[in-house]
Design a protein around this ligand. Sequence first.
Ligand code: 3HC
Ligand code: NAI
Length: 695
Amino acid sequence: MSDVVSYQREDEIGLIVVDNPPVNALGHAVRQGLLDALDQGLADDGARALVVMGAGRTFPAGADIREFGQTPKEPALPDVINRLEDSGKLLIAAVHGTALGGGMEITLGCDYRLALDSARMGLPEVNLGLLPGAGGTQRLPRLIGAQAALDAIVGGKPMKAGQLEKMGVVDKVVSGDLKAEAIAYARQLADDNAPRRKVSELTVDKESDTVFSDYEQSIARKKRGFLAPFHCIKAVQAATELDFAAGQKRERELFTELLNSPQSAAQRHVFFAEREVGKVPGIAKDTPRREIAQVGIIGAGTMGGGIAMNFLSAGIPVKMLEMKQEALDKGVALIRKNYEATAKKGRMTSEQVERCMSLLTSTLSYDDLSDVDLVIEAVFENMKVKKEVFGELDRVTKPGAILATNTSTLDVNEIAQSTRRPEDVIGMHFFSPANVMKLLENVRGEATSDEVIATVMDLSKRIGKVGVLVGVCYGFVGNRILHKRQAQAISLVNEGATPAQVDKVLYDFGLPMGPFAMADLAGLDVGWRIREGLRESDPANAPERNWLDALAEQERWGQKTGGGVFDYAEGDRTPRPSEVTAAEIEKYRAEQGIETREISDTEILERCLYVMVNEGAKILEEGVAMRPLDIDIVWIYGYGFPVYQGGPMFWADSIGLDKVHAKIQQFHDETGHDDWKPAPLLERLAKEGKRFADL
Ligand code: 3HC
Ligand code: NAI
């Protein structure tokens, strides 16, 4: 008898129940258990029909992802599902929770599908760099046509029971007690002598001859660089060209190719890393959390407004404070404008807009913040101003209120010291635009309490962010690494590359844009003002004036002024090489006496990425990031590092740390630059033949 799949009979109906917490994943024991339970059900003369369902929170949520990469063990899931479909008895899937991947594929091997109204089903394999490999690409198109199957399989998004009923995937939606409903439905079908309905025996409705090439074209930009979406299309196409058995063979080949690809390994790493970042060593499930029912935000500028929207959208009331009524009005109006733009695109109703806006109040008085549970400060990036704000917050907020700063460069410990409760102070570093970007670096100060960390990490999830806990240092994890990469990009241009060449190499690697297009988006004036400030306050240590300063001085500030490193045509964000920039670069090289040389794409990639890996290793050693996977997630969600490369640290592991270290050492020998001084951690791992993942 299987521990994870049981068979029992109730009211002339045989129940096959998968019980493998937490999500009833279809590991080896479950697959074998399903076959055994099926045999029992088939041999049970008292059972007029069989129902497959999940115990606990869900119908099986897919194959056991942890088994991928290990030697496969029989029985394979496609064979299990084929056996289910070929069995002699009427088979009904009864779904609750999330029937995903292999779980949904099981339902497609059944004759009828019943679902709770709260259930969702889908084929999300594409998000793991895979395709549905247990008949899903062959059965779903037979059931709903090629176009709709492509949407489901390439899109990878779970769908609601009601929607699936309309599409003809689910036969009946019920509410209440699923088991009772399933038994009643199965009895009804048996009484009615309902026909067997093998999906594999249906023919596929192919809407047009160009459905596949059109689909490929429609995703070309969005899925640039990804392998799996295009393999998914090929597999669905096979369903329209081959008989079921041959189609399933083709599906298997394509699935195996993906399973063995570095992309799927990277995407599976990201799946687990995303879940792991929420787990902070030392913070337990029973660490007390504070209730966050109302939030205060100081500063209604670029960041304050975006931050407020996260809470409003999650149904959490916000009080926003500014110095002047005018700034407050401007901030509130911008929030409304953003919501209304979303509504215009059909992604929100006007009632939802009003509901969000009704949760927002504004004030000029700190005294109004006496009842909030959390305050996030987003005022000018100036230590003196921040200290004054935190002094005020310390005075007015209730005991136990969490005081957070959105600073991107200042010392959270120093800010905390301006209060009498540094244990309640934490950094919450949102990324711009704060209502859109999923990353949230939560910055733990020396004194921040576990309770505050646990509360803020949970809250991140509640407002739809991926919260990563980091330590205090200049730029934290993301921007600290970014600065090193930007410095390399500039050096490469100084030495002979063009900005367009550097950008193309990183774009082709899979990043959403290159370093210089990114600088143009952020605004060249931002860095220029900081450098100018340093030149005034600390001339001895100030950075030398370079061609980027020259561009900023001409008010070439990037996209917003129609030109920066690149030129931009009116209303078009495509970067175009600029003659002004080329002339400034030439001038700078001449002033510095730099003799240019040909720079290869390989050198560009290695210098821009290896410097990130080296800095990442230093960050790990200092404990600013807890684990390599935290750095990977910061870069994936904060900067669009390609998911299929797994993040910079995973990527370095895939190259081999010995190789990465040797090259970094070579760059250090050549330049003597501190950024290339190999991180001792990297050196050690390389010597020991280990990976970051082994830490
Ligand atoms: N295999 C192994 N472990 C899984 C898993 C799976 N398919 N799905 C979830 N888990 C684990 C998670 O890692 C997590 O483990 P942890 O507690 O140790 O961190 C635990 O189950 C709970 O998961 P979540 O924290 O994600 O719980 P949620 O309630 O937030 O979400 C879920 C539940 C919607 C099912 C979500 O976990 C999910 O999307 N899972 C993946 C579903 C999926 O991709 N299925 C397809 C698999 S590939 C496949 O089926 C191939 C086939 O076509 C051959
Ligand atoms: P901003 O200049 O757009 O907004 C700052 C707002 O704070 C202004 O509206 C100003 O009136 C208000 N303000 C200043 N002093 C105040 C005080 N004492 N009391 C109340 N309100 C006050 O600046 P932005 O870009 O929103 O930045 C805010 C903070 O967020 C800074 O610490 C910055 O480093 C950080 N940050 C900025 C990011 C960005 O991309 N803009 C990204 C991540 C963090």
